[in-house]
Every structure is written in C-alpha cells, then in structure tokens.
Design a protein around this ligand. Structure first.
Ligand code: FES
Length: 160
C-alpha cells in the first residue's frame, strides 16, 4: 500500500464486503469502482494501482474497465449533482426548448464538465427508460420527466 492511500479503511472494508458476495475478487471490479467513485467523487489514476492490488488484478485491467465505462470520471471529482440529459430519439423529438443548450447556458459548462463550485456535472445520456415522459433528465438517482426550461429553473433553485 502506498504511504498515503487513497482507499480509506472504510472503503477497503466496503470493497472487502463484496468479496463475500461474488465468486472471485476480480468479479467485484465494477462494484468496487462504483464504491470508490461514490466515496471520492471520482476514480483518480493514482487509485488504479491500489484497486488492482486489492482485487488481484493488473492495473491495466482496472484502467481498461474505467476507460470502457463512460460512467466513471478520472480527471476530477464529479459535482454534487450529476445531471444526465437524455439525447435519444423520443427525448430529442419532444425537446422543443433545447434543454441541453439551456442547461449549458445556465450552468456555464459543456457536457462532461463540472461547475467551478463543484455542484453540478452535466452529462448526456442514452435512453433513460422514460420515453413516455420525454424529455427526461436524471439527477443523481432521481428521474425528472416531461422537462421544460421552466421546470429546469425550478429544479436548479431546489438544488441550490
Ligand atoms: S429517449 Fe429519453 S428516456 Fe427514452
């Protein structure tokens, strides 16, 4: 373990808990990455070796998984609120107010970026499974349906 470990004892214990529920240590890679991102706000490159050592994997295997799944961030911590704007066909078709553009203007960031105050990360998403309620936006784990610019104003006020 490096002198200053990024994986805290709590985090190591949480990941160790997965070992009991999966057939091999290696099979816990995705839940382990989720746990690290949830705790640290991202999965920094410096954590890759530590995760690999914990799961008996090569660092390149951990990095491959991180690169494959766009869900994980490595460059800087996510904002407190991660906003996913659906860009699939139903939402695109019913998005008369160009909600992504509106959010970009309101937050002053592009998709993939986080506001300087660390509150919001803006993302684009494929279908969120709420096509009947398009356009849809997911904020962390909460789905917001039939969105409009006015509803976005209310949502951002509520989250401030
Ligand atoms: S297309 Fe947006 S939720 Fe399905």
């Amino acid at each position: 373990m490096p002198e200053k470990s990024l994986l805290t004892d709590d985090l190591r214990a949480a990941i160790g808990g997965y070992f009991l529920r999966y057939p091999t240590k290696q099979a816990t890679l995705l839940p382990a990455l989720h746990a690290v991102q949830e705790k640290l706000g991202f999965v920094p490159p410096e954590a890759v070796e530590e995760i690999a050592a914990l799961l008996d994997l090569q660092p390149a295997e951990v990095q491959d998984a991180l690169s494959f799944y766009g869900f994980f961030k490595q460059d800087r911590p996510l904002g407190k609120y991660r906003m996913w704007v659906c860009r699939s066909i139903s939402c695109e078709a019913r998005d008369e107010e160009d909600l992504l553009q509106y959010l970009q203007e309101k937050l002053g960031i592009e998709p993939g970026q986080t506001t300087p105050d660390g509150r919001f990360t803006l993302e684009t998403a494929e279908c969120l499974g709420a096509c009947d309620y398009a356009p849809a936006i997911l904020v962390n784990d909460v789905l917001h349906e039939e969105m409009t610019r006015a509803k976005i104003d209310g949502l951002l006020d509520a989250l401030e």
